[in-house]
Design a protein. Structure first.
Length: 349
C-alpha cells in the first residue's frame, strides 16, 4: 500500500502514458507515425489488441512503464508490439538488455498459452527525458569481445522515439497522440502555460467524447506533475483552443470539470494518499509481528483467529502486542478478540 500511494505521486508520467496508450486506436496511431514504414506497413490496420500482461520488473517500475499489444500482420501472421515508456531524465544504458529479458518473457507467456513458435516482437522505446538519447539501439552494441565471435551473439534493434530530438512542428499523428507527446516533452518547462492553447487547438480534430475524456486525463496529469499551471490558465487555454460556435455542449461540459481543477487539491489528495499508505504499511507490519509472536506463544493459529488478528486496526494490534505477553493459552486470545469485537459493537450503538 505504501508503494502504491507513493507511486501515484512519483510516477504520474506512468499513469498518463498508460491511460492514453491503453486505447488501441491511439497506440496504433503512434506506431504508424513513429516506426519506419518498413515495419509499420506490415501491420493490419484496426487489429491492435491490448494484452493485460506487464513484463517490467518491480524494481524498475520507477523508471519504466510497459504496454503489450498483439497485432495481425498483413501476411496473415500475428505478433506483438511492445511499448516501453522511459520516464527518467537521462537515457538507460542497458535498455537493450532489459528489452531482451522482456521479449523472452513475452515468448515464454506465449508458449504457456499454447503457441510453440516464436512470433515477432517489435520493442518500441518512448523517451521523454531532457537529455538526448545517446544509447545505441541494438543489442549487439553491449558486446565486448573478439569481433569474429560477434556473429554468434543474439542481436535485435529496438525502435526509439526520442522526444528531445523532435521540434514541436515535427511531432505528428492524430490529435491525441500529438498533444500527448507535446505534453510529455514540455510538461516541466517554465513556459508550459503559454504553450497549452497551441496544444489544445490540435484537439479540434478529435471527437467531442474523446476530447473530454482526454482533457480530464490531461487535467490530472498536469495537476500532479507541475504547479506552474493555475486553474485560470488551464481554463483559458481550453476555451481559447475550442471554438464557441457549434461547441456549446463541449464548452458546458468543460466548464463542469475544469472547475474541479486545483493543483493544490490534487496534490493534497496525493499527500493524504501517502499518509494513508504509510499507516496501512505500519498496520500490516504490526499484523505480521503479532501473528509471529502469537504463534510462538500459543502455537499455530486457526484460520478464523488469523483473519480476525489480521483485520485489526493499528492501535489494537499495538495493544495486542503488549497484552499477549500475559496470555496463558489459546482461550485468552479468543477472549481478547471477543472483547475487541464487543467494544466495536458498543461504539456503533
Amino acid at each position: 500500500m505504501v508503494a502504491d500511494a507513493v507511486s501515484e505521486v512519483t510516477n504520474p508520467h506512468d499513469r498518463f502514458f498508460k491511460e492514453v496508450f491503453s486505447h488501441p486506436e491511439v497506440a496504433e496511431d503512434f506506431v504508424m507515425n513513429y516506426l519506419p514504414p518498413s515495419i509499420s506497413e506490415a501491420f493490419a490496420s484496426g487489429t491492435f489488441r491490448l494484452r493485460k500482461d506487464s513484463f517490467v520488473d518491480d524494481t524498475l517500475r520507477e523508471h519504466f512503464s510497459d504496454l503489450l499489444y498483439e497485432v495481425d500482420f498483413t501476411e496473415g501472421h500475428s505478433g506483438f508490439v511492445f511499448l516501453l515508456f522511459e520516464h527518467k531524465s537521462y537515457p538507460q544504458g542497458d535498455i537493450a538488455f532489459q528489452l531482451f529479458r522482456y521479449m523472452a518473457r513475452i515468448w515464454e507467456q506465449s508458449r504457456k498459452d499454447g503457441t510453440r513458435h516464436l512470433s515477432p516482437v517489435i520493442p518500441v522505446v518512448l523517451y521523454h527525458g531532457t537529455a538526448k538519447w545517446n544509447v545505441p539501439p541494438d543489442f549487439a552494441s553491449l558486446y565486448r569481445g573478439p569481433e569474429f565471435l560477434k556473429k554468434h551473439l543474439l542481436d535485435f534493434s529496438y525502435q526509439l522515439c526520442d522526444l528531445s530530438a523532435y521540434s514541436d512542428t515535427e511531432i505528428k499523428g492524430g490529435a491525441i497522440v500529438a498533444v500527448t507527446l507535446l505534453l510529455l516533452k514540455h510538461v516541466s518547462c517554465e513556459d508550459l502555460p503559454d504553450r497549452l492553447p497551441g496544444f489544445f487547438i490540435l484537439l479540434r480534430a478529435a471527437t467531442e467524447q474523446s476530447t473530454l475524456a482526454f482533457l480530464r486525463t490531461v487535467l490530472h496529469y498536469i495537476g500532479t506533475v507541475t504547479l506552474r499551471v493555475t486553474h485560470d490558465q488551464f481554463r483559458s487555454a481550453v476555451k481559447a483552443a475550442l471554438p464557441e460556435e457549434g461547441a456549446s455542449h463541449v464548452n458546458r461540459l468543460i466548464e463542469e470539470f475544469v472547475d474541479e481543477f486545483r493543483p493544490d487539491w490534487i496534490r493534497h489528495g496525493m499527500e493524504k494518499g501517502i499518509e494513508k499508505g504509510i499507516v496501512e504499511g505500519r498496520r500490516q507490519e504490526a499484523s505480521s509481528l503479532a501473528v509471529r509472536l502469537l504463534t510462538r506463544k500459543l502455537g499455530t493459529l486457526d484460520d478464523s483467529s488469523l483473519d480476525r488478528v489480521r483485520q485489526l486496526p493499528l492501535e489494537e494490534l499495538e495493544a495486542l502486542g503488549e497484552d499477549l505477553l500475559d496470555f496463558s493459552d489459546y482461550s485468552d486470545l479468543e477472549k481478547w478478540l471477543d472483547a475487541v469485537r464487543a467494544s466495536h459493537s458498543d461504539a456503533e450503538h
